[in-house]
Design a protein around this ligand. Sequence first.
Ligand SMILES: Cc1cc2nc3c(=O)[nH]c(=O)nc-3n(C[C@H](O)[C@H](O)[C@H](O)COP(=O)(O)OP(=O)(O)OC[C@H]3O[C@@H](n4cnc5c(N)ncnc54)[C@H](O)[C@@H]3O)c2cc1C
Length: 64
Amino acid sequence: MSVVAAQFNVGHLDLLDTARTSMDAAGYDKVVLAGNYVAGVAIGKCVDGAYTTADTLDAVLNKK
Ligand SMILES: Cc1cc2nc3c(=O)[nH]c(=O)nc-3n(C[C@H](O)[C@H](O)[C@H](O)COP(=O)(O)OP(=O)(O)OC[C@H]3O[C@@H](n4cnc5c(N)ncnc54)[C@H](O)[C@@H]3O)c2cc1C
């Protein structure tokens, strides 16, 4: 039996860029995408991503 690791589809990062750009253009500049579909599926990546998200939210909400 082979084990297949979960991974993003080809083009996923471009899709995320498009989503962020579209949200900014629509005025949702305080919405921050986060989670395994942004950071990576492994728990460690999700934890790293959570720290990045916290920094981003801090900067966005406090206009740094
Ligand atoms: C069966 C399985 C086995 C796995 N095994 C491993 C492994 O061995 N090693 C590994 O590194 N990774 C593993 N993973 C992957 C890893 O667990 C996930 O990628 C990671 O937990 C995702 O983290 P997340 O914060 O993005 O999402 P989640 O951990 O799903 O957290 C999202 C949270 O948001 C909450 N939520 C959802 N909607 C709302 C809402 N509208 N309002 C408020 N709260 C909401 C949910 O209740 C949940 O608590 C496994 C995943 C699965 C499914």
